[in-house]
Design a protein around this ligand. Structure first.
Ligand code: ZN
Ligand code: ZN
Length: 164
Protein backbone atom coordinates (compact mmCIF):
# COMPACT_ATOMS: atom_id res chain seq x y z
CA UNK A 1 0.00 0.00 0.00
CA UNK A 2 1.45 3.33 -1.08
CA UNK A 3 0.42 6.66 0.37
CA UNK A 4 0.42 9.65 -1.94
CA UNK A 5 1.92 12.59 -0.08
CA UNK A 6 1.24 15.35 -2.61
CA UNK A 7 -1.85 16.74 -0.84
CA UNK A 8 0.19 17.08 2.32
CA UNK A 9 3.18 18.62 0.59
CA UNK A 10 1.01 21.16 -1.22
CA UNK A 11 -0.75 22.08 2.03
CA UNK A 12 -4.23 20.85 1.00
CA UNK A 13 -4.38 18.66 4.10
CA UNK A 14 -2.63 18.89 7.46
CA UNK A 15 -2.22 15.18 8.05
CA UNK A 16 -2.71 11.87 6.30
CA UNK A 17 -3.99 9.32 8.79
CA UNK A 18 -3.94 5.60 8.04
CA UNK A 19 -4.96 2.33 9.59
CA UNK A 20 -4.22 -1.09 8.15
CA UNK A 21 -3.92 -4.70 9.18
CA UNK A 22 -0.69 -5.91 7.67
CA UNK A 23 -0.56 -9.61 6.95
CA UNK A 24 2.98 -10.88 7.18
CA UNK A 25 4.07 -13.11 4.34
CA UNK A 26 5.64 -15.83 6.45
CA UNK A 27 7.48 -17.49 3.58
CA UNK A 28 9.02 -14.20 2.57
CA UNK A 29 10.13 -13.20 6.07
CA UNK A 30 11.08 -16.57 7.53
CA UNK A 31 14.70 -16.48 6.44
CA UNK A 32 15.37 -12.96 7.72
CA UNK A 33 13.36 -13.23 10.94
CA UNK A 34 12.53 -16.83 11.80
CA UNK A 35 8.83 -15.94 12.06
CA UNK A 36 6.68 -19.06 11.65
CA UNK A 37 3.30 -17.48 12.40
CA UNK A 38 1.70 -14.11 12.98
CA UNK A 39 -1.54 -12.32 13.64
CA UNK A 40 -2.25 -9.37 11.33
CA UNK A 41 -0.08 -6.47 12.49
CA UNK A 42 -2.55 -3.72 13.35
CA UNK A 43 -0.89 -0.50 12.25
CA UNK A 44 -2.21 3.00 12.83
CA UNK A 45 -0.58 6.34 12.36
CA UNK A 46 -0.34 9.50 10.38
CA UNK A 47 2.00 11.52 8.25
CA UNK A 48 2.31 15.16 9.14
CA UNK A 49 4.23 18.14 7.89
CA UNK A 50 6.18 20.32 10.27
CA UNK A 51 7.73 23.31 8.53
CA UNK A 52 8.94 21.86 5.28
CA UNK A 53 9.61 18.40 6.69
CA UNK A 54 7.47 15.29 6.62
CA UNK A 55 7.19 12.98 9.58
CA UNK A 56 5.72 9.52 9.97
CA UNK A 57 4.18 8.52 13.30
CA UNK A 58 3.24 4.88 13.45
CA UNK A 59 2.10 2.35 16.02
CA UNK A 60 2.28 -1.38 15.28
CA UNK A 61 0.66 -4.12 17.31
CA UNK A 62 0.44 -7.84 16.78
CA UNK A 63 1.65 -11.25 17.85
CA UNK A 64 4.46 -13.26 16.27
CA UNK A 65 5.35 -16.92 16.61
CA UNK A 66 8.86 -18.36 16.46
CA UNK A 67 10.69 -21.56 17.22
CA UNK A 68 13.13 -21.18 20.10
CA UNK A 69 16.62 -20.95 18.57
CA UNK A 70 17.95 -23.53 21.00
CA UNK A 71 15.19 -26.06 21.72
CA UNK A 72 12.74 -25.40 18.85
CA UNK A 73 9.73 -25.00 21.21
CA UNK A 74 7.08 -22.60 19.92
CA UNK A 75 7.47 -19.10 21.35
CA UNK A 76 4.76 -16.43 21.13
CA UNK A 77 5.94 -12.85 21.20
CA UNK A 78 3.92 -9.67 21.50
CA UNK A 79 5.08 -7.22 18.92
CA UNK A 80 4.43 -3.59 19.78
CA UNK A 81 6.35 -0.78 18.31
CA UNK A 82 5.88 2.94 18.07
CA UNK A 83 8.01 4.93 15.75
CA UNK A 84 8.51 8.48 14.65
CA UNK A 85 10.62 9.06 11.57
CA UNK A 86 11.43 11.80 9.16
CA UNK A 87 10.63 11.17 5.52
CA UNK A 88 13.31 12.14 3.04
CA UNK A 89 13.46 12.16 -0.73
CA UNK A 90 17.07 11.00 -0.67
CA UNK A 91 18.93 8.10 0.89
CA UNK A 92 20.43 8.96 4.28
CA UNK A 93 22.63 7.18 6.83
CA UNK A 94 20.36 8.42 9.58
CA UNK A 95 18.38 5.44 10.86
CA UNK A 96 15.50 7.69 11.89
CA UNK A 97 14.62 8.49 8.32
CA UNK A 98 12.68 6.74 5.61
CA UNK A 99 13.15 7.38 1.92
CA UNK A 100 10.14 8.29 -0.15
CA UNK A 101 10.05 7.87 -3.90
CA UNK A 102 7.96 10.06 -6.21
CA UNK A 103 6.17 11.66 -3.23
CA UNK A 104 4.86 8.30 -2.14
CA UNK A 105 5.45 6.38 1.06
CA UNK A 106 5.42 2.63 0.65
CA UNK A 107 3.65 1.84 3.91
CA UNK A 108 3.71 -1.94 3.60
CA UNK A 109 7.44 -1.93 2.87
CA UNK A 110 8.01 0.37 5.85
CA UNK A 111 6.09 -1.92 8.22
CA UNK A 112 7.97 -4.95 6.90
CA UNK A 113 11.36 -3.28 7.35
CA UNK A 114 10.50 -2.19 10.89
CA UNK A 115 9.53 -5.72 11.87
CA UNK A 116 12.78 -7.12 10.45
CA UNK A 117 15.06 -4.59 12.19
CA UNK A 118 13.17 -4.76 15.49
CA UNK A 119 13.44 -8.47 16.09
CA UNK A 120 16.26 -10.02 18.11
CA UNK A 121 18.72 -12.17 16.15
CA UNK A 122 17.78 -15.09 18.38
CA UNK A 123 14.41 -15.79 19.94
CA UNK A 124 14.61 -18.01 23.01
CA UNK A 125 11.82 -19.68 25.04
CA UNK A 126 13.68 -18.45 28.13
CA UNK A 127 17.02 -16.77 28.81
CA UNK A 128 18.45 -19.96 30.29
CA UNK A 129 17.03 -22.42 27.76
CA UNK A 130 19.29 -25.49 27.85
CA UNK A 131 18.53 -26.43 24.25
CA UNK A 132 18.60 -29.85 22.68
CA UNK A 133 21.28 -32.47 23.29
CA UNK A 134 23.40 -32.43 20.12
CA UNK A 135 23.88 -36.19 20.36
CA UNK A 136 20.45 -37.69 21.13
CA UNK A 137 18.24 -34.63 20.47
CA UNK A 138 16.19 -34.65 23.69
CA UNK A 139 15.02 -31.33 25.12
CA UNK A 140 17.42 -30.69 28.01
CA UNK A 141 14.91 -28.34 29.68
CA UNK A 142 12.71 -31.31 30.53
CA UNK A 143 14.96 -34.35 30.44
CA UNK A 144 18.54 -35.32 31.09
CA UNK A 145 20.69 -37.77 29.20
CA UNK A 146 24.15 -39.24 29.65
CA UNK A 147 25.50 -38.34 26.21
CA UNK A 148 28.07 -35.94 27.68
CA UNK A 149 29.86 -38.77 29.45
CA UNK A 150 29.98 -41.00 26.40
CA UNK A 151 31.55 -38.31 24.26
CA UNK A 152 35.01 -38.62 25.88
CA UNK A 153 37.12 -40.38 23.31
CA UNK A 154 38.97 -43.31 24.93
CA UNK A 155 42.05 -42.55 22.80
CA UNK A 156 42.64 -39.32 24.75
CA UNK A 157 42.86 -41.29 27.96
CA UNK A 158 45.67 -43.32 26.46
CA UNK A 159 47.49 -40.11 25.44
CA UNK A 160 47.03 -38.84 28.98
CA UNK A 161 48.83 -41.90 30.28
CA UNK A 162 51.62 -41.48 27.73
CA UNK A 163 52.42 -37.93 28.77
CA UNK A 164 52.22 -38.44 32.50
ZN1 ZN B 1 14.21 -23.08 24.24
ZN1 ZN C 1 21.77 -36.75 24.80
Amino acid sequence: MKIDLRKLISGKVEAIPFEIDYNINIEELFEATGIIGATPIHTTGKIIMIGSELFLEMDMDGQLTFNCSRCLTRVEMNFNKKLNKMLLAEESDDLDTIVIVKNQLDLVETIKEEIIVSLPTQVLCSEDCKGLCPVCGINLNYETCSCEDEKIDPRFEILDDFFS
